[in-house]
Design a protein around this ligand. Structure first.
Ligand code: UTP
Length: 478
């Protein structure tokens, strides 16, 4: 029995008759191509997800009892400032002693942004049009320089975007970083299934409709690729994980690393204050007494809207998906297979029908399955959440326009850099709405306000748009 015959039998056993027939109906290169994808399918897992979400029509697991999570607020007095300074030096020690890696999540499809290519190649910067990857790379370079550390950089990609991501790093000369210090880790995929029948869908006659298995796929990808072993072998104990679409992220913020280490935490969170109860952000909370993040769509309205006597939202702590994760914790979670729950999302997935004709649905027709990284939190015996100043650390680029878009991120970045210049004693022109001109500062020139103040030449003036320390575009450093 040829491999393909065995695959056809296995698909039929699993109730995937449509795909079995499609494979049987192909020949030559196209059969080979589809067969190679079928070989990668975990039919047992897909079968159990279909049983649960399609056949039994179960929704997501019921939410447990939600209570507030303790958080470390922004320092408001001298004592808190001292605690923060202690945490900062603990975090800096971790960095200096080469115990930290930076892990960038860049395996998503970025469908809302509608940009052709990996989101990391999105040219977000208003003057130089530098890309998100270039900006993150400059932060990594600056941190390595500042702390004299190796800070290995792991980048999660998907089979769909890995080659083009890697090629863009090559083309960009690895953004000046040592190529050996960057490692791409490819996450797994899962096929979309028909929402009514559970049939595995094909996007072309010889190609499955596969998509990345969610950012929770990071953990198994790190394990499978040997990256966790590599980290342990080289003495890395802590991963700092961040998302590709937040150019404001303070990569490896020492205060966060330090609080996490001081608490002996397994996995920790960064949270910012939600702007409104209905803002679409997961909130950091305890669920049945365990650490967790509750997705915005799962948080009951009465909890989302609940306020403390001082008028603040009780569940204010919006997760910005910036975590510290212990390597040993990631290892324990992936021993004997990943133990994260799967979620379902109803989506419009164009596909080839059983009759071989292309179907372009008007309504959601398919289910995609994903795991989420924050679902690892309940397994953490110790976890801390640190509050971050929203305007300093969070500018998500999710949508083509409007809320959480390149435009909203541009305004936030301009504002951040304007505040840095002002803190250094410079005047920054602002328009009638208070908006400064377009400003860019290369993280290698200054990672924060203090570094900028120390490096600015005397007599420096900000009198219009400027890109400081960037050779890709104009600079007006004078
Ligand atoms: P989002 O959940 O915003 O998804 O990812 P997305 O794929 O970027 O965008 P949409 O929803 O299709 O518009 C948050 C972060 O997690 C990463 C993304 O690359 C982004 O940095 N991610 C998401 C992965 O690495 N893998 C995934 O499977 C999903």
């Amino acid at each position: 029995m040829s491999d393909v015959a065995a695959q056809i039998a296995a698909l039929e056993d699993a109730g995937q008759n449509e795909l079995a027939a499609a494979l049987a109906g192909l020949s030559g290169g196209r059969r080979k191509k589809l067969s190679a994808q079928v070989a990668e399918l975990d039919l047992g897992l897909i079968g159990s997800l279909v049983d649960r979400f399609v056949t039994a029509g179960e929704g997501e697991a019921a939410l447990g009892e939600v209570t507030e999570a303790p958080t470390i607020p922004l320092p408001a007095d001298a004592e808190a400032e001292r605690a923060e300074a202690d945490a900062r030096s603990a975090g800096e020690n971790l960095l200096r002693s080469d115990r930290v890696s930076a892990v960038l999540l860049a395996g998503g499809q970025g469908s809302r942004l509608g940009f052709d290519g990996p989101k990391g190649n999105y040219p977000f910067a208003p003057i130089t049009a530098r890309t998100l990857f270039s900006h993150h790379a400059a932060k990594i370079a600056a941190l390595r320089e500042r702390y004299g550390c190796s800070l290995p950089w792991y980048i999660l990609t998907s089979p769909q975007n890995n080659d083009v991501t890697r090629a863009s790093f090559e083309e960009a000369g690895w953004f000046g970083l040592d190529p050996d210090s960057i490692r791409f880790v490819i996450q797994g995929t899962l096929p979309a299934v028909d929402a009514r029948t559970g049939a595995i869908l094909r996007e072309a006659p010889d190609r499955l409709a596969l998509s990345p298995d969610g950012h929770g796929g990071l953990l198994s990808a790190l394990r499978r690729s040997g990256a966790l072993d590599e980290m342990s072998d080289s003495g890395i104990t802590t991963m700092f994980t961040f998302q590709v679409d937040n150019p404001l992220v303070r990569v490896c913020r020492p205060e966060f690393l330090g609080y996490h280490a001081q608490a002996g935490a397994d996995m920790s969170n960064t949270a910012v204050r939600k702007v409104a109860p209905e803002e679409k952000m997961g909130v950091v909370a305890r669920v049945d007494g365990r650490p967790g993040v509750v997705e915005y769509s799962d948080l009951p309205d009465e909890l989302a809207e609940m306020r403390n006597p001082d008028g603040e939202l009780t569940y204010w702590a919006g997760s910005i998906a910036v975590h510290c994760i212990e390597v040993a914790f990631a290892r324990s979670l992936t021993d004997g297979g990943l133990k994260l729950p799967y979620h379902r999302a109803l989506k419009k997935v164009p596909h080839v029908g059983a009759d071989g004709k292309q179907v372009t649905p008007d309504e959601p027709n398919a289910i995609k399955f994903e795991t989420f990284l924050f679902d690892a939190l309940p397994a953490a015996d110790a976890s801390i959440t640190i509050e971050a100043a929203r305007e300093d650390e969070f500018a998500p680029i999710k949508n083509a326009d409007g809320v959480d878009s390149a435009e909203s991120a541009r305004l936030l970045l301009n504002d951040l850099y304007a505040r840095w210049f002002e803190a250094a004693g410079l005047a920054v022109p602002r328009d009638a709405d208070g908006a400064p001109p377009d400003l860019e500062i290369d993280p290698r020139f200054a990672l924060d306000a203090a570094e900028l103040a120390a490096k600015l030449p005397p007599g420096f003036v900000v009198d219009g748009p400027l890109a400081l320390g960037l050779d890709e575009g104009p600079t007006t450093a004078r």
